[in-house]
Design a protein around this ligand. Sequence first.
Ligand code: NAP
Ligand code: MG
Length: 481
Amino acid sequence: MRTEAFIDGRFVPAADGRAFATISPRDGSEIAQVARGGATDVNRAVQAARRAFDGGDWALADPAQRGRVLRRLAELMTDHLDDLAALESRDTGHPIADARGVDVPTAARCLAWYGEAIDKVYGEIAPTAADALALIGREPLGVVGAVVPWNYPLIITAWKLGPALAAGNSVVLKPAEQSPLSALALAELAAEAGIPDGVLNVVPGYGEEAGQAIGRHDGVDKVAFTGSVPVGRLFQVYAGESNGKSVSLELGGKSPQVVLADAADLQAVAEAIGWGIFYNAGQTCHAGSRVVVDRAIADELVERLTGVAAGFVPADPVAPDTILGALISAEHLDGVMGRVERAAAGGATVIAGGTRAEPVTGGSYMQPTLIAADDPAAPIVTDEVFGPVLVIQTADDVDQAVTLANDTRYGLAAAVWTSDVRTAGRVARRLRAGTVWVNTFDASSMATPFGGMKDSGHGRDRSLHALDAYTQLKTTWISLA
Ligand code: NAP
Ligand code: MG
């Protein structure tokens, strides 16, 4: 297990020798002491990244060569599937079946996808008079800082590394303090795959220390951030107070599932809604954490949802058939429980769950929870909970359902369930979210962009569009006169 920072192709302790514990939420035990990177370590990493970028071995390489290395890295991840999945599951509490079946393969697929794509991206020739040849090309930005959260460490890291590295940038990555281990394992595989020294650096540590140092460093050209709204805004402040670096933000959500009276097969709808909120214990930025259901079918849907929720039994993440594992930490579980308790005290009705669970002693687990809330201004309706907690609101008709669905400061994702294609199209057009699903939830592909509107941010991960965030346009004007 790698626990030191990865800087300039080598694993090294923090400059001041400090370390922090990474804890397994499965049972609260310490997994390892990990290097606690600070400003000095970030500075070393940025300098290594700059040297590597300026040296050109990666940035100026044939894109096909960068593509081969990224595909090789994806193969190595697949070769190490069991180890990586076990590490991710232990560090985050993800069920091992999800870590093996989703986290590792999705991250590997993302790196391979950008490796396959990058030598197929062309520049342009501008329409000018015949006495000039004006070329419009894309160039890498230079040094990219990537700061990521703990909920899907490998997948979100790959969403940043794939397009950033494929485009020829160097990267300084800070994983979340709760889940640093898989990024360090990935760095070791990246070196083995042939990523040159200094092109990928990983500095684990705390947000206020290593994260802020990346945000404020004059040698960082861009920060790609995924995490909470307040911290995302801090990165905009850091940028404004340093070198004005560009910042892309992928932030939180409170995504509505709009279920209209003519929705087909309410059992299938209830099952999709259950997976949409209880997968990864609700710690998903685009979790379908609100249901807005037509009053005519509300009782039936709630009854079916109650049955579906009962199937998500909190269990040991290492057990192969577990579908609801641990929440990331005891502190986070306390926060989620506090929100549920305040909602109940404020008049919301807890229909199911609302309590802790303890399948493994010392771990942080919670029962899947359904809450009916009439007040659209109640915090349980407006705020991201980031736990296995589904809030149910009722509407009298389609218009009110759309109004309630859009009555949020977030805009990451939404879904509408209806059997009328015209209603589906009209509602999808009115829902203000970066992704709208119709009669499904959480369907996605590497080919589709993912990101938010409103407070959910403005960045887009995945697809060729993500390359826009890691490249800049250059015009080269050649006189033919
Ligand atoms: P967070 O607290 O914002 O942390 C995200 C990252 O920022 C971590 O690496 C964290 O470091 C760092 N950080 C914290 N405070 C900082 C500061 N003052 N200066 C610089 N960096 C700082 O978010 P989280 O609790 O880890 O993750 C949950 C949030 O992420 C939710 O809101 C969720 O919706 C959002 N999210 C969004 C997406 C998306 O694609 N839109 C995907 C996943 C998650 P530490 O190591 O110290 O925590
Ligand atoms: Mg951990």
